[in-house]
Design a protein around this ligand. Structure first.
Ligand code: PLP
Length: 368
């Protein structure tokens, strides 16, 4: 199990005054239109427990938001969740028997590994070394041995994206083997070869034994609001919401009410915000790749996400980490994303979803 903990690295950065490039928290403030709506909420009226499936207006607004992106989803297939992680937790608890095996391809998002451990589920890892493409199709070979699989596309930390056909293949294989497919699309907005936000490919996904989870934690820079949603079949939705309800009570009524209004009436402003955030990430990434190359840490722009995987040629991932810490930068050692952290990867992961000031700080720190 993991010993390098990314949240602890972030705490260490804070305590030492170093810049946190480890935890993937977007550093720019959320859209002003959204925070203004939040401040104007009739708080005393909406501070009660949420509906089992979330605020109805929020679910309706998500349906419209998806339709604008070319994916028509009936409202009964959508539920609000307390972030993407609550959707994943509820899906796993609903489908898996105690101690069941769950496929978690590695490198993985640490939160997924920690969640499986907390739920007493047994991870089955399939490893793709850095620098190699994920063989999405081969993951299905493990479906007969597991009760569920967590597929993160775009992937954190590699930015690899499954094609529509690859997703369909996995969904079909999941159905054959009663393997519940949890598709984590946290980074859906951060696919770089897309000029517009388009989900039309998802229109025909068969979600009878699968769920897509997303949230606004990254896209609108509100991880503390715990505002996510899940899309699945109406039958599964009833079962998953029944698990989500006693733990997360439908998610935050405050966050969902503010988001419902923002999505409904201010879509243009939100789209501008997301586009500017994407541009910032791309500008940061280009400048940071150049700056890190000066100290022989080299990488390429990923296909998606704002994470840069840099090859470091130091004796160990931790040594690369310590070297950067001395320069005032906290990054994630590459082995933090694998189950066996004793194996060196030769990489560090650097978060580029940062502010312009932080980007300048990185460039200055690496100039020597
Ligand atoms: C792949 C992935 N899934 C889920 C999350 C957490 O999402 P949320 O804040 O919506 O629970 C993260 C956060 O970094 C992530 O990288």
């Amino acid at each position: 199990m993991t010993t390098v903990n990314i949240r602890e690295l972030a705490e260490r950065a804070k305590a030492s005054g170093a810049l946190d490039l480890a935890q993937g928290v977007i550093q720019v403030p959320p859209p002003a239109v959204l925070t203004d709506l939040f401040k104007k909420l009739p708080v005393s009226e909406i501070s009660r427990y949420n509906n089992k499936r979330g605020v109805p207006e929020y679910r309706a607004a998500i349906a419209k938001y998806l339709a604008r992106r070319g994916w028509e989803v009936p409202v009964e297939n959508i539920a609000g969740t307390a972030g993407a992680m609550a959707g994943i937790t509820s899906s796993l608890l609903q489908h898996c028997s105690p101690g069941a095996k769950v496929l978690l391809p590695e490198p993985f998002f640490q939160g997924h590994a920690q969640l499986l451990k907390s739920l007493g589920l047994e991870p089955v890892h399939v490893k793709t070394p850095y620098g190699e493409p994920i063989d999405w199709g081969s993951l299905a070979a493990h479906f007969p041995d597991v009760e569920a699989a967590i597929i993160t596309t775009p992937s954190n930390p590699t930015g690899h994206v499954a094609t529509h056909e690859q997703l369909e293949t996995l969904i079909t294989a999941g159905q054959e083997h009663n393997c519940f497919l949890i598709i984590d699309e946290m980074y859906r907005e951060f696919v770089w070869d897309e000029s517009k936000h388009d989900d039309s490919d998802h229109q025909n996904l068969d979600l009878s034994l699968a769920a897509v989870v997303r949230s606004f934690s990254k896209t609108l820079s509100i991880p503390g609001w715990r505002a996510g949603w899940i899309i699945t079949s109406p039958e599964l939705m009833e079962a998953i919401s029944t698990v989500h309800d006693p733990i997360f009570a439908g998610g935050s009524t405050l966050a969902q009410n503010a988001l419902a209004q923002a999505l409904d009436k201010h879509d243009d402003e939100l789209t501008v915000y997301v586009n500017e955030l994407r541009d910032l990430c791309l500008t940061n990434a280009a400048a940071m790749l150049e700056a890190f190359a000066k100290i022989d840490m080299v990488g390429e722009m990923p296909a998606a996400t704002y994470y840069l995987l840099l090859k470091h040629n130091r004796a160990s991932d931790m040594e690369a980490f310590e070297e950067l810490l001395k320069l005032g930068l906290v990054v994630t050692p590459g082995n933090a994303f694998f189950s066996d952290q004793s194996a060196e990867t030769g990489y560090v992961r650097v978060h580029a979803g940062i502010s312009t000031e932080s980007r300048e700080r990185v460039i200055t720190a690496l100039q020597g």
